[in-house]
Design a protein around this ligand. Structure first.
Ligand code: PRP
Ligand code: HPA
Length: 178
């Protein structure tokens, strides 16, 4: 409901000049500390994705874990973490992606996705879309398909929505900030 979306948006703190001057940082820790807002967030995702045939949910380290895990439990499907390098103990595949300055890498266990899996990607926030693109590439390299991606927050001015749409991935975002 609109009321729930307002509750969610109002629960997110905005921190000026973090991590550097001129950036307005949207902080989900205040949402997590508000049980009504956190519940409304998970409920909105459950309503959108129940009975849609997803085999797995993938959350990207670290804030994607916080929203992906309760959704996976509510839907009764596996939760799969995509992690920063060197954190997963068994055989992995790695995917590098460009940051504004430099490069980053994400990893996925090779047995975590199998041919034909229909996967829902979950993260707290969509900015440039680099994280979600790299995560979708990991899924696709193992023969799965990331058909959808869910975010609590989108920052549309940073271009991630177009980038993700160009990959053929459907987006759900609960709130937007300029
Ligand atoms: C943040 C956020 C998303 C990503 C969005 O994660 O949680 O995962 O950036 O940015 P993008 O769309 O431009 O890729 P961060 O790398 O700060 O890691 P954290 O979740 O561990 O804090
Ligand atoms: N908040 C949290 N994470 C982010 C942001 C933000 O405003 N921008 C890019 N990653």
């Amino acid at each position: 409901t609109q009321q729930n979306l307002s509750l969610i948006k109002d629960s997110i703190a905005s921190v000026p000049d973090y991590p550097k001057a001129g950036i307005m940082f949207r902080d989900v820790t205040t949402l997590l500390a508000n049980p009504k807002a956190f519940q409304a967030t998970v409920d909105a995702f459950v309503a959108a994705y129940k009975d849609q045939g997803f085999d797995k949910i993938i959350g990207t380290e670290s804030r994607g874990f916080i929203f992906g895990a309760p959704l996976a439990l509510a839907l009764g499907i596996p939760f799969i973490p995509v992690r920063k390098p060197g954190k997963l103990p068994r055989e992995v595949i790695s995917q590098s992606y460009q940051l504004e300055y430099g490069e980053d890498t994400l990893e996925l266990h090779t047995d975590a996705v199998v041919e034909g899996d229909k996967v829902l990607l979950v993260d707290d926030l969509l900015a440039t879309g680099g994280t979600i693109e790299a995560t979708a590439q990991l899924v696709s390299r193992l023969g799965g398909q990331a058909t959808d991606a869910a975010f609590v927050i989108s920052l549309p001015e940073l271009g991630g929505e177009e980038r993700v749409a160009a990959l053929g991935i459907n987006i759900l975002k609960l709130v937007e900030f300029d």
